[in-house]
Design a protein around this ligand. Structure first.
Ligand code: HEM
Length: 148
């Protein structure tokens, strides 16, 4: 079992969780509507236009994430540039469940890695990218419990 007190000490797990969420891009996009004309990057976004942040492009942009398709928890040793990690959106409408989501993944990863040996049945399974990246076989695995 892990307790609330353990969580701040699980620094490596926290990085694995962050990297998992970056690469999984569970929410494909974040929606906004321009409530006034906005000048951005030499363009005008007129009032009323919808704006979509395509999160996968942001999270796999080599300008912000070196070797972006490599799963590398250590990249979270450094803070990312503000605005370049939008897995949970941002500002007033940031995901209300972001801490809960991270906590759930932390608990699941903890039990999975401490208590089980597990192996992907099809490590080279094709990936479906819409709405978000996931293996076509649903990440089929075998599990073996390591201890009672
Ligand atoms: C990895 C898991 C999750 C991801 C990637 C995710 C992502 C997002 C994103 C991108 C938004 C839109 C934010 C914005 O527009 O700026 C959002 C909104 C929201 N999420 Fe999540 N979410 C996750 C899990 C959860 C969980 C577990 C809950 C609650 C139990 C939750 C509750 C909400 C709510 C209530 C909103 C609407 C917030 C608002 O509009 O004020 N989410 N989420």
């Amino acid at each position: 079992m892990i307790t609330h007190d353990d969580l701040p000490r699980m620094k490596y797990t926290a990085k694995v969780v962050e990297e998992t969420i970056r690469m999984a891009n569970v929410a494909p996009m974040v929606h906004r509507v321009a409530n006034r004309d906005v000048e951005y990057g030499g363009y005008t976004i007129p009032t009323g236009w919808p704006v979509l942040v395509w999160v996968r492009s942001l999270h796999t942009d080599p300008v912000y994430y070196q070797d972006p398709l490599t799963f590398n928890p250590e990249r979270w040793d450094k803070q990312v540039k503000p605005g370049t990690y939008q897995a949970f959106g941002g500002g007033y409408r940031i995901c209300a469940g972001n801490m809960l989501a991270k906590l759930q993944i932390t608990i699941m990863l903890h039990h999975l890695s401490i208590g089980y040996e597990w192996e992907l049945l099809n490590p080279d399974a094709k990936i479906n990218y819409l709405p978000h990246p996931r293996p076509l076989d649903g990440a089929a695995m075998t599990f073996r419990k390591l201890r009672a």
